[in-house]
Design a protein around this ligand. Sequence first.
Ligand code: SF4
Length: 484
Amino acid sequence: MSQHRASLDIDRKARAYAPVLPVAKQDAKTRLGHFEEIYLTYEAEIARAEASRCIQCPDPAPCVLGCAIGNDIPTALRLVEEGSFIEAANIFRRTSPMPEICSRVCPQERLCEGSCTHGGGVSLQPIQIGKIEKFVIEYQYATEGIPLGEVEPDTGKTVAIVGGGPAGMAAAERLRRLGHAVTVYDANPYPGGLLLYGIPAYKLQKERVVKKIEQLKAIGIQFVANTRIGQDIPLQQLADTFDAVFVGTGASVDSPPRWDGADLHGVYTATEFLIRCNVPVDLQPPALAAKGLPDVGHHVFVIGGGDTAMDCVRSALRLQHALGYSLDVACAYRRTEAEMPGSKSERVNAQEEGAKFDWLTAPVRFIGDEQGTLTGIEFVRMTLGEPDESGRRRPVPLEGSEFVAPADTVVLALGYTPDSLLGETTPSLTTTRWGLIVIDPVTGKTSLPNVWAGGDAVTGPELVGTAIDSALHAAQSITEYLRA
Ligand code: SF4
């Protein structure tokens, strides 16, 4: 019996004080040589030992309350502790349509793990729920593959899904399993939305997204690619053709820059930069100005402080291997590290990989040469004033602190907004002035009689888990409507 296995027999108090068994990650030098995932997967005995730290909190367990989709985490952990890995994987699948994705991309530190009883102790760290979930799902993939699951007999009802990202995929699967004929329309050459076109491959290997799409196809979901609803087909036409429509188009339009020089060669939006770094050329959207790896010089600045900014920083650092020369990659953020909205673990990973940070620093303008190519950035130093509407202290420019830094490449990670096209082209669809689709908060129903919406198109940029949760609620309402 291994020392890890022995810990499975310890009593409740000892469980509470057993040290965390974190998953190893590749060293920074190794991971800069590729775009593959950096976290290793638990070995079985270590996963069991880590799961055995769970004290099986009474219902409702804090981790379940903290999970965006209410996964039955205590039961899954008990099964992992017992070595029943497939059964544990299926517990996650009972509430989550894509645990292979959520286990990798959910910010567990803010959700289930952030709520875990162990997180509040003196010397304790939460159970590594996300890494355990990934282990059991990978175990299932390796032993029996992704299960197809049951599909109820055909109902004769048809549903169109607009957008093939996480919300669209979740709604499509739930509705198909209930026997409805489901067709998913997506503007890109391949479904997946931000899972394929936004999240870098070193956080979510694209093969897992492809496998999930293949599973959805195998249960009978039809996918129509390169078709932008509102442009190629009016939304009203879909509403007239199908019994019900779900809109899950996300929020993937880059927020516009407000500085002179943003049109210089060498200035990229986060979307273009991430796609060109992380997505195979044949799957890159036709609307992209250029394809293949971005043209990157020695001095790279990423502007922004969220997870997307870290994605751009870390993608830029990985380009060094392909380019064959070293890059100086820095993130410029107008507040301090304490106000950064992104995950701390992502920041730590970026720092390990060589990223620099310029806190309290904001661009004033981008400077170019006569050919229209970026050569530098004028920055200004900031200080923090009174809290603004976000609750964070407002950054205020320090007069006279302007300076110019040489720059060959700038990536603008300023946040995302929803695509306003559907609102603009569908007169009876109510949207806000920011382009968000207005829904009934209980049912997910829009102002059109047989059209529902969910995910980031309704809330603005949120988590994959919350998008899935809202899509599943809308799917429930659609089902009741179709049965009436
Ligand atoms: Fe286990 Fe933590 Fe959930 Fe409690 S909160 S049941 S200790 S994972």
